[in-house]
Design a protein around this ligand. Structure first.
Ligand code: B16
Ligand code: MG
Length: 219
């Protein structure tokens, strides 16, 4: 294991609740619909524009907006979201992650971020973790979002490794599929049934250690 490719939302910090809050407000104020709670997990790992389109479909309004208007709605959501995440601090790092990053660095493992979020650099800055990573893959540079492998391939490229030399960590089904499609070893965080395609699954981030990742890689 020469590199670890980290998902952000749900692995390093829990931003899903802020995404859901911003999407819910946008849906209520602009589309006059209430989003069911299931959207919080359904939109995990799904890009901003794909999330917007799923919400429009749910609202039965998919054909009522031009591409430009859909972009504007997504931009409004992002402004609401930025307002929420501007309050993030080191205290919002998920349990065990700071230790894990230290352990991996001590073992000369390269660290790269493979998030669908265009806000990843800002979030890592707020958490005080930006310097700990060797690279942050830019989702604007890749063609297909998760479950396609593109962002994980790009994250490995950025640290000059192949996905086969890396372990990817994900909390979302679409993300685990993306890791496997890239050819990396997948470690899931969360429900073992939902993430059954992963090579190894832990219940929560505090169980993620260097030895757990190494064992998954060597399995
Ligand atoms: P942004 P991840 C994903 O993060 C979120 O899970 C998903 O809900 C969000 O729509 C996506 O990032 C794009 O985020 O609007 O900030 O560019 O899990 O891939 O780290
Ligand atoms: Mg995630």
């Amino acid at each position: 294991m020469q590199g670890v490719l980290f998902d952000l939302d749900g692995v390093i910090t829990d931003t899903a609740r802020f995404h859901f809050k911003a999407w819910s407000r946008l849906a209520k104020e602009k589309l006059n619909v209430t989003l069911p709670a299931s959207f919080e997990s359904d939109l995990k790992g799904i890009s901003r524009i794909d999330s917007m389109n799923r919400i429009l479909k749910f609202a039965g309004m998919k054909n009522e907006y031009t591409a430009e208007e859909v972009n504007e709605l997504a931009q409004t959501k992002n402004e609401l979201y930025l307002n929420e995440i501007s309050k993030l601090t080191q205290a919002d790092i998920l349990p065990g992650i700071e230790n894990l990053l230290d352990e991996l660095a001590a073992n000369h493992v390269k660290l790269s971020v493979a998030s669908a979020s265009k806000n990843a650099p800002f979030i890592l800055e707020k958490l005080g973790l930006k310097q700990q990573f060797d690279a942050i893959a830019n989702p604007a540079k890749v063609k297909h979002g998760k479950p396609a492998p593109d962002i994980f391939i790009e994250a490995a490229n950025q640290i000059h490794l192949t996905p086969q030399q890396c372990v990817g960590i994900e909390d979302a089904k679409a993300g685990v599929e993306a890791i496997k499609a890239a050819g990396a070893v997948a470690v899931g965080v969360g429900d073992a049934n939902e993430l059954h395609e992963a090579d190894s699954v832990v219940g929560n981030t505090s169980e993620l250690t260097y030895s757990v990742l190494k064992q998954a890689f060597e399995k």
